[in-house]
Design a binder for this molecule. Sequence first.
Ligand SMILES: Cc1cc2nc3c(=O)[nH]c(=O)nc-3n(C[C@H](O)[C@H](O)[C@H](O)COP(=O)(O)OP(=O)(O)OC[C@H]3O[C@@H](n4cnc5c(N)ncnc54)[C@H](O)[C@@H]3O)c2cc1C
Length: 508
Amino acid sequence: MSGQAVPIMEPWDRHNQALVENVHPRAWVNPIPADRYHLVVIGAGTAGLVAAGGAAILGARVALVEREWMGGDCLNLGCVPSKALLRSARAWADVRDAGAYGVTVPPGARVDFPAVMERMRRLRAGLSRTDSAWRFRELGVDVFFGTGRFTGPATVDVAGATLRFRKAVIATGARAAAPPIPGLAEAGYLTNETVFALTTLPSRLAVIGAGPLGCELAQAFARFGSTVTLLEAEDQILPREDRDVAERLARALARDGVRLVLGCTVHRIERRGAEEVIDLTSRGRAEACLVDEILVGVGRAPNVEGLELEAAGVAYDRERGVHVDDRLRTTSRRVFAAGDICSGSKFTHNSDAQARIVIRNALFLGRGRASGLTLPWCTYTDPEIAHVGLTEREAGARGIPVRTYVQELDDVDRAVLDGDAGGVVRVHVRAGTDRILGATVVARHAGEMLPELTLAVGQGLGLATIARTIHAYPTQAEAIRKLGDAYHWSRLTPRARMLLRAWLRWTR
Ligand SMILES: Cc1cc2nc3c(=O)[nH]c(=O)nc-3n(C[C@H](O)[C@H](O)[C@H](O)COP(=O)(O)OP(=O)(O)OC[C@H]3O[C@@H](n4cnc5c(N)ncnc54)[C@H](O)[C@@H]3O)c2cc1C
């Protein structure tokens, strides 16, 4: 056995039992450590799994250490369960809005919240096979369950075993940060570690923090039937996005019944019986907001505790996590880091991409750089907000002159036919050129439209290339091609128009 208690995933039904059987099997026996490993990976979230699996496939001797659940946040407590809930929420919105499509829904249609949560648990258990301890053992990885901690510059201790390494990767991720609000801890609150264990719907829910997590779950719970109040300290939701993009989503959330409280300071929280009272001020107005549950989504704190990083000579702090250079090397020449533990961009695909860099740099004299990655992201609300490259605000702050091309989805046939108007594609090109520096898409399936733009930003392609690319009709991605046309039209100077007209007159 691993020597540690196997963590329980609530509720302990057959789906969660199947999940845990993959991600932390109860009967698991840690292997006898090899004399020395090419790579010891601490943390089996996305970054750790990609680093360990990739290195093992290439022939390295690899140990992977996980204290809780293989798959980390993404599979167990993040992307996977949240996206399953969002799909159910979208199904409800389709039923609610069916009349607009000429479909009459019999009265009495409602959301069955326990069934929504069970669906999520069933799908999560199914997906967990990919991340399972058994699969990684088959790949040739020595999987150790237990808390990993450094005992020297080239040794890690786990569950009483010592793992000697040539190189190590810290991939211990992050957890929900708790805001310093008086009374919050005593009153009790949900985070991503507990919200997916709910089996009954809170009738009144406050969500603190209107970042991607807060917006996604606020919308989902509002659609399930909770009365949702979304509290945000900044004066816009999704503070990382351009304001007009955030405002489009704010309008959509309001249509779903989410009450937005922006520019908000929470002074104190108090539990009174079954209720929680949130004492807040928003734009100078004081208010007592009464709810049954509070969900906190105000950022992530890196998991540096207990690793005994000092023993390995690895510098870190509790805000940014493990310090790395552009090649993802820590201050120890033997130790690298990847993913949420060392990165400000906390996305699964970033953890994956960084782990691939670490394999090359740690084991094969590679010189990959984190700054060389083109990192898209998407907030999976309805509509989705997808982004890659620079925002208009960032370009302005860096003094890069840009020209922005905008295509409203109201003028794109497929979006109109789908009833998905109200979205937009905005592409920023370097002024005087067609070179795409950044793009934002607001659309129901914006994340699916983004790869073309990510390819363009990453490969230095321009709007002229996009204009030459045939897009199937009718697709929402035609919005992007239309921007290519707009670029061409913008180059038609009065003189060029005059010459074209003269040519046509002459050849008539
Ligand atoms: C609700 C929510 C929704 C999200 N949705 C998306 C999304 O849609 N798309 C997206 O790209 N990203 C999303 N994310 C972010 C994404 O989940 C993370 O960026 C990603 O999981 C980070 O992977 P990681 O491997 O760096 O860390 P983690 O997944 O956190 O894995 C770290 C692992 O290390 C283990 N560990 C920690 N300390 C030790 C130790 N000392 N010894 C042994 N093991 C240890 C932990 O138990 C954990 O399993 C979401 C996050 C949340 C919370």
